[in-house]
Structures are given as structure tokens and as C-alpha cells.
Design a protein around this ligand. Structure first.
Ligand code: AMP
Ligand code: ZN
Length: 115
């Protein structure tokens, strides 16, 4: 599997940096954001290192579909009942700070810290 030894999310996938896990399967890991914008804020990441959404192609369609389809199931499991926000920051101007593809999923009662 493709990993980047300098990548913080690859280190989380490898267990070298701890995280609060919400879901895991062969391809995906979900953990709680360390600096949450909302009462529930998780990050869905592929275990394989992909730098950003701009680095995906046709071969990644199934993976991307699985990531998006997981969002409502996770929110239900985490008790989010009244809607949620899905964000994929991409590239510098897109506000991406960690260069490993991740889907933010945020929910829970407002007000939120941000967003
Ligand atoms: P982005 O700006 O879309 O790249 O978002 C990166 C997100 O990763 C931010 O919301 C950070 O709070 C979060 N983050 C960074 N380091 C960690 C970590 N060690 N564990 C959990 N979340 C993290
Ligand atoms: Zn990575």
C-alpha cells in the first residue's frame, strides 16, 4: 500500500500517532478531528496515501463513492439526527492543510465553533 513517511495521516493509519477511531475497514479509516468545528467532526481517510481530491482519477471512483456513502451511516451511528456538512478542502487555495485526502463530516446541534 502506498504511504508517505512524512504524512501525519499515514502515521495515524499506521498507528504511529494516536487517534480516536470511529470506523475502520480494509480501505478506510475514520477518526475524530483533533480541533473540531462541530459537536461531531470526523475525518474519513483512505488508508492508501492520496495527496488530495485533485490527485484522484477514474480508478478511484469506487473508493470516493465509498467515502461519501459512509458519511450518513457514520452520522447516524454517532447520534447526529438533524443534518451534517461534508467538506473536502483541496489544494492550497481550497484550504487544505494536511496533504492526505480526507472528507470532513460535521454535525450535531448548533452553534458550532466554526462553519
Ligand atoms: P484540512 O484543512 O482540510 O487539511 O483539514 C485538516 C484537519 O486535520 C484539520 O481539521 C485538523 O484539525 C485535523 N488534524 C490535524 N492533525 C490531526 C490529528 N493528529 N488528529 C486528528 N485530526 C487532525
Ligand atoms: Zn498520507
Amino acid at each position: 500500500m502506498s504511504t508517505d513517511s512524512n504524512c501525519i495521516f499515514c502515521k495515524i493509519v499506521a498507528g504511529a500517532i494516536p487517534s480516536k477511531k470511529a470506523y475502520e475497514d480494509a480501505e478506510l479509516l475514520v477518526f475524530h478531528d483533533i480541533n473540531p468545528w462541530a459537536p461531531v467532526h470526523v475525518l474519513i481517510v483512505p488508508k492508501r496515501h492520496i495527496a488530495s481530491l485533485a490527485d484522484t482519477g477514474v480508478a478511484d471512483e469506487a473508493l470516493l463513492g465509498r467515502m461519501l456513502a459512509l458519511a450518513p451511516r457514520l452520522m447516524q451511528q454517532l447520534g447526529v439526527a438533524n443534518g451534517f456538512r461534508v467538506v473536502v478542502n483541496t489544494g492550497r487555495d481550497g484550504g487544505q492543510e494536511v496533504d492526505h485526502l480526507h472528507v470532513h463530516v460535521m454535525g450535531g446541534p448548533r452553534p458550532w465553533t466554526r462553519g
